[in-house]
Design a protein around this ligand. Structure first.
Ligand code: ADP
Ligand code: MG
Length: 281
């Protein structure tokens, strides 16, 4: 559904994207996971045709570059920096973008009301966006991206600055949209989100893809051992091992043990093992 091949891009001599290639299967949820500054937003902007790369090519659904308006129409983008108007109401924002995409007044109104309902903003439909919480603005930003029923939806850090309730609402909605067959590209620096939502995750750092696979495969291949953490009379001890049982037995026989925890490898560990850095910078 989306193919990025050998993308490179500089900003004033600084290499933001360094030969990145991605292949997003139709109907899948593809995660771009990496710390701030990894090049996720730049890659997304190139993927939707907002930015022309110095090198490389982009193709959407085998139909060519997203700079072609026909191709661009297939794509919905919820950008990291909100793309909604503060001094319009939630409903007016949706009507405005519906009109921009050429929906008739009737269809636009119908779509706006449907989306307001889906993102839980029906009650606030006629209120100005400037009075909305961060979470409400994010939800509207997502609704705007869906107004023209795109086949491919790109969500750039859709949960940044969002309260837990909005976060859950956004998660549920992304799952629903995926269930309807829309292909999703989701960028985040939160491991838990990628782990919960994405079929395939690309680990990106310094403008490069370090690994691409399902979460389970990435963890199996690059996650390393489990860590057994034991709190006892001697203090806290952490042992890294692929056979945690003997460690557990030892800890259980020690009468001073007060806590035992097994931490299986996760995406954070995959990232650390691949890059020597933490996802949380
Ligand atoms: N418009 C811009 N002008 C100059 N540098 C930029 C611009 N956009 C991004 N960068 C730089 O490119 C790198 C990648 O940024 P970005 O794609 O926003 O990363 P991410 O979305 O993963 O946080 C960063 O070092 C950032 O400072
Ligand atoms: Mg970004």
């Amino acid at each position: 559904m989306l193919d990025l091949r050998g993308i490179r891009h500089h900003f004033n001599g600084h290499l933001a994207v360094d030969g990145l290639s991605l292949h997003v299967e139709r109907g899948s949820c593809f995660g771009l996971l990496g710390p701030n500054g990894a090049g996720k937003t730049t890659s997304i902007r190139i993927g939707v045709g907002l930015l022309k790369p110095d090198e490389g090519s982009v193709s959407v659904d085998g139909r060519g570059a997203p700079t072609d308006p026909e191709v661009r129409r297939l794509i919905g983008l919820a950008p990291q920096s909100l793309a909604i108007y503060d001094d319009l109401s939630a409903r007016e924002n949706l009507l405005f973008f519906a009109n921009l995409y050429g929906l008739s007044r009737g269809d636009g109104a119908h779509r706006a009301d449907e989306l307001l309902e889906r993102v839980g903003l029906t009650e606030r439909a006629r209120d100005r966006v400037s009075g909305f919480s961060g979470g409400m603005q994010r939800r509207l930003n997502l609704a705007v991206a869906l107004v023209h029923k795109p086949m491919l939806l790109l969500l750039d850090e859709p949960t940044v600055g969002v309260d837990p309730q909005s976060r859950n609402a956004i998660f549920d909605l992304v799952r629903e949209i995926k269930g309807e067959g829309v292909t999703i590209v989701y960028t985040t620096h939160y491991m838990e989100e990628a782990q919960k939502l994405c079929d395939v995750v690309a680990i990106v750092d310094r403008g490069r893809t370090m690994a691409v696979d399902s979460v389970a495969a990435l963890v199996a291949q690059h996650g390393g051992d489990s860590v057994v953490r034991v709190t006892s009379g001697e203090g806290v001890r952490e042992v890294s091992t692929d056979t945690p049982m003997p460690e557990l037995q030892k800890a259980m026989q020690d009468t001073t043990t007060t806590a035992i925890e097994i931490k299986p490898p996760d995406l954070e560990r995959v990232f650390l093992n691949l890059t020597g850095r933490s996802l949380r910078d």
